[in-house]
Design a protein around this ligand. Structure first.
Ligand code: SF4
Ligand code: SF4
Length: 146
């Protein structure tokens, strides 16, 4: 009998640190700047990206990112009820909503580059760095929900 993988048997709160970290698919979508409609609470993604993202969708300051970027996203199991604003493909949001991981996710496919091949990351997007565009202009870069 085959054993079910951890993301099908454990809640986010039950996962070990390694399991939790391994869920991140490296899509880079949460590093895009977002705008919030304060009246409605809606969140809009832009193609303005954090200046610390590398051209392979990775964070260049991962270990001390919260010091450099105070509003950098730091997901924890405690915040599960806030995950609605995450991209629809985000593994944390999918698991929080009781869904499975997509076939291209590295935990299913065994291939960390497959996400780019199926265009589920920001790799091929026309991004602009957040230090290249004044914040008051970010509205011009709003994209459809991810
Ligand atoms: S959106 Fe989710 S899966 Fe994608 S990089 Fe951010 S935390 Fe990881
Ligand atoms: S500092 Fe935060 S938002 Fe910026 S690239 Fe790193 S993880 Fe993404």
């Amino acid at each position: 009998m085959s054993e079910l993988p951890f993301w099908k048997t454990k809640s986010l709160a039950e996962m070990s640190r390694e399991e939790w970290e391994s869920l991140c698919d490296g899509c880079g979508k949460c590093c895009l700047q977002k705008l919030e409609d304060e009246d409605e609470g809606d969140v809009y993604y832009t193609r303005v990206v954090c200046r610390y993202m590398t051209d392979r969708c990775r964070c260049s300051i991962y270990e001390h990112r919260q010091r450099e970027v105070p509003n950098c996203v730091w997901l924890t199991p405690k915040d599960v009820d806030q995950f609605f604003w995450l991209p629809q493909t985000c593994a944390y949001r999918l698991i929080a909503e009781g869904k499975d991981l997509p076939e291209w996710h590295h935990l299913n496919s065994g291939d960390a580059n497959r996400i780019h091949a199926v265009d589920a990351s920001v790799l091929a997007m026309a991004l602009v760095r957040d230090d290249a565009v004044p914040e008051e202009e970010w509205e011009d870069y709003i994209i459809d929900n991810l």
